[in-house]
Design a protein around this ligand. Structure first.
Ligand SMILES: Nc1ncnc2c1ncn2[C@@H]1O[C@H](COP(=O)(O)OP(=O)(O)OP(=O)(O)O)[C@@H](O)[C@H]1O
Length: 268
């Protein structure tokens, strides 16, 4: 399968999904400049990551893209229309699974549909939710409560909840950072598989350079506050990516390039 970077070079570029132009954000009546002049384009089926030092504005960027907070300046377009609030075509996932403890796993997964379309629509989506649970290895846990799930299983349930509305765009804020390394690697490969199967686009906030490189078509390196995109690096490794690719010289070269940029952070 050609990489997104290779497709970009061949002139058959997929359509833009997200287009951010000169996005800026200030907090505290302009006292805190969190983001400045952020412009980027995520195309159909592409996986992008953003990496940068703590407090450089990564989560702020994701919240703006999700329509959870407005930019102070600039434009955010998703599938041709401005993002002005929460949208059904966006799926989000955070560091904590935040499942409701009094609802079963299946009921938690169906919740976004119940909230948006009511109980009848949620009931009609049960078989879709069950298929998703099978896809992520949760078959048989439909009636289990969150307290009966391991951390990895709870995150898998959160993936199902994110996907049940069939979003084309996934926004991910360090979704697996609370998991142990082995589970995290496994979940990242699952995430890739799901994105490839559904041609979904994704935008991931991470602190892990290796995670960003193994998953992404493009890694955006942010400068220290106010966060700007210092460099966008196209990762030209074939898909599907495998964990073994971390031993390739090209992988090591990307990791070193990003680490060097981050080390110079304040001067970018
Ligand atoms: N609601 C808010 N009010 C005031 N300042 C805020 C608010 N939210 C974020 N900030 C500030 O904006 C800056 C960017 O915050 P943000 O959470 O986006 O950074 P981050 O890169 O995601 O950090 P981390 O990697 O530590 O999670 C920080 O200096 C933070 O203190």
């Amino acid at each position: 399968m050609p990489t997104a970077a290779a497709m970009a070079g061949s002139g058959t570029r997929p359509k833009p999904v997200y287009e951010l132009t000169n996005v800026a954000k200030t907090y505290a009546a302009g006292e805190v400049r969190a983001l400045e002049g952020v412009s980027l384009t995520v195309r159909e089926g592409e996986f992008h990551s953003v990496i940068g030092s703590s407090g450089c504005g990564k989560s702020t960027l994701l919240k703006i893209m999700a329509g959870l907070t407005p930019p102070s300046k600039g434009r955010v377009i998703l599938s041709g229309t401005p993002v002005t609030g929460a949208r059904p075509d966006i799926g989000m996932m955070f560091q904590q699974a935040t499942l409701f403890p009094w609802r079963t796993t299946l009921q938690n997964i169906l919740l976004p549909i119940q909230i948006r379309e009511g109980k009848r629509a949620a009931a009609a989506a049960r078989s879709r939710a069950a298929a998703l649970m099978e896809l992520v290895g949760l078959k048989g846990f439909e009636s289990a409560y969150p307290a009966q799930l391991s951390g990895g299983m709870a995150q898998r349930a959160a993936i199902c909840r994110m996907l049940v509305t069939e979003p084309r765009m996934l926004l991910l804020d360090e979704p697996f950072s609370a998991l142990d390394e082995i589970t995290r690697d496994f979940m990242n490969m699952e995430l890739q598989r799901i994105c490839l199967e559904r041609s979904a686009s994704a935008f991931l906030v991470t602190h892990s350079i290796a995670e960003a490189v193994i998953l992404s078509d493009v890694v955006h390196v942010m400068s220290a506050r106010p966060g700007r995109i210092a460099r966008s690096i196209a990762i030209d490794l074939p898909r599907p990516r495998t964990l073994e690719m971390a031993t390739l010289p090209a992988f090591g070269a990307y990791v070193s390039e990003i680490r060097n940029l981050l080390d110079k952070g304040a001067f970018l």
